[in-house]
Design a protein around this ligand. Structure first.
Ligand code: NAI
Length: 462
């Protein structure tokens, strides 16, 4: 029986980051992982492999649409799907091995197998019991399907199956116009599939700034994705490897059917808490099955903590990472803290979509007086040169104090640009602070500055 200060259950971005920070702060740390490789969903079947396919398929799009415009004459590019999958696997391997290296470097023990918690202070893996003063549950989430839909990961797939299809489908139906549906739908649309997205609500990407939603939808349609909105999927029937999706148009209450080679079910994820023994242990869950924690990530059982997708809040790798670091600091006697008001969200389509802080809709609902600074990438020289002028930056600032309340970007490198605003918000900056910061020319980031200028006396290039 081995004994540790901390055992982290799960080695995804929440778990492995937490383990590293615990070790850095002098705690004897182990991390339990049952997969053959470290890194959890994100590195193995989520963020990282999807970004590899998004990158490869975007390069194809560039070759098909923009090479000739720049005087680059090449043969018609072809997709070698097996090689693209091989590239994806190499990217995964490089990343998961990187975590293994970091574990060794920080003297973190990888306890291989699936862990459960028979009692506070103990983690059971197979027949072995390991002791720890503190246990951190970082068990992540898993896809949640719909009733009437059976996932086989071949014809009816979650994001996991969608990343490893045998071949590029001729027709793909995506259920759910959220982050996963739009990222992976984009990949297959660019690779030549006919992609139809069926969404329950009237807008894509629920909760996002309305103006961004509209622009995003227009751009995706221009890229060839088809959308059926306000439609509730009822069932998917598979016969001889082909699927028929039936849905009800909510306003008219009419039933429709559509056939597909592959159906991607992207209707959300749920906490992965099965098998941990939480019931018997007496850990309180929320009505939505998340582990209930206090502000210090402590569960209802002393000595047992939880972070990431398994608890409340947005299911985002970077939110889990931040909680992982914060809980490590708390356990080491420091003041760990996560600022939930400044957690960016990014959709890695092309163009990218990035958002932080409040949306206009939220500010209106709260009755808050605000001003809007907006700048189109049409006025950005770098974006024009790179055929990337679709989209805009929008900054929302307090009408009186000018303090930045939110930012919403759709455009090139939006996922990187947003962090300038995140840092500004962490420092409680005013839009004028961003506007008065010299930005190198020519960069995409000038569009952020221009939006900030537009909160004051006006942007220069619009
Ligand atoms: P989501 O919650 O983002 O979107 C699910 C969509 O499915 C919603 O628009 C919902 O209205 C729709 N839907 C639900 N039931 C339906 C029905 N019966 N018929 C038609 N549409 C229906 O969930 P998603 O895309 O599966 O992502 C899961 C989680 O993973 C999210 O929390 C997301 O933030 C996270 N994620 C984040 C990524 C990123 O940060 N880039 C990438 C991938 C996932």
């Amino acid at each position: 029986m081995a004994s540790y200060d901390v055992i982290v259950i799960g080695s995804g971005p929440g778990g492995y980051v937490s383990a590293i920070r615990c070790a850095q702060l002098g705690l004897k740390t182990a991390c339990v992982e049952g997969r053959d490789t470290l890194g959890g969903t994100c590195l193995n079947v989520g963020c990282i492999p999807s970004k590899a396919l998004l990158h490869a398929s975007h390069q194809l799009h560039e070759a098909q649409h923009n090479f000739a415009k720049m005087g680059l004459i090449a043969d018609e590019p072809k997709v070698d799907w097996a090689r693209m999958q091989g590239y994806k696997t190499e990217v995964i391997d490089g990343n998961t091995k990187g975590i293994e290296f970091l574990f060794k470097k920080n003297k973190i023990e990888w306890l291989k197998g699936w862990g459960s918690i028979p009692t506070a202070g103990q983690v059971k893996i197979g027949d072995d019991i390991h002791k720890a003063k503190y246990i951190i549950i970082a068990s992540g989430s898993k896809p949640s399907s719909l009733p009437g839909i059976e996932i086989d990961e071949k014809t009816v797939v979650t994001s996991t199956g969608a990343l490893a299809l045998d071949k590029i489908p001729s027709k793909m139906v995506v259920i759910g116009a959220g982050v996963i549906g739009l990222e992976l739908g984009s990949v297959y649309a660019r690779l030549g599939a006919e992609v139809e997205v069926i969404e329950f609500l009237d807008d894509i990407t629920p909760g996002m700034d309305g103006e961004v939603q509209k622009t995003f939808l227009r751009i995706l349609k221009k890229q060839g994705l088809k959308f059926t909105m306000g439609a509730a999927v009822q069932s998917v029937v598979v016969k001889k490897g082909k699927a028929t999706v039936s849905y009800i148009k909510r306003k008219k209450d009419t039933t429709h059917e559509v056939d597909a080679d592959v159906v991607l079910v992207a209707t959300g994820r749920r906490p992965n808490v099965d098998g941990l023994g939480l019931d018997a242990l007496g850990v309180t869950l929320t009505a939505r099955g998340q582990i209930q924690t206090d502000a210090h990530y402590a569960t209802s059982v002393p000595g047992v903590y939880a972070i990431g997708d398994a608890i409340t809040g947005p299911m985002l790798a970077h939110k889990a990472e931040d909680e992982g670091m914060a809980v490590a600091e708390i356990l080491a006697g420091q003041a760990g803290h996560v600022n939930y008001d400044v957690i960016p969200g990014v959709i890695y389509t092309h163009p990218e979509v990035a958002t932080v802080g409040k949306t206009e809709e939220q500010l209106k609902e709260a009755g808050r007086a605000y001003k809007t600074g907006k700048f189109s990438f049409m006025g950005n020289g770098r974006a024009k040169a790179n055929f990337a002028s679709d989209g805009f930056v929008k900054i929302l600032a307090d009408a009186e104090t000018d303090r930045i309340l939110g930012a919403h970007i759709i455009g090139p490198m939006a996922g990187d640009l947003i962090h300038e605003v995140c840092v500004a918000m962490e420092f409680g900056a005013a839009a004028e602070d961003l506007a008065r910061t010299c930005h190198a020319h020519p960069t995409y980031s000038e569009a952020v500055r221009e939006a900030a200028l537009d909160c004051g006396n006006g942007a220069i290039h619009s």
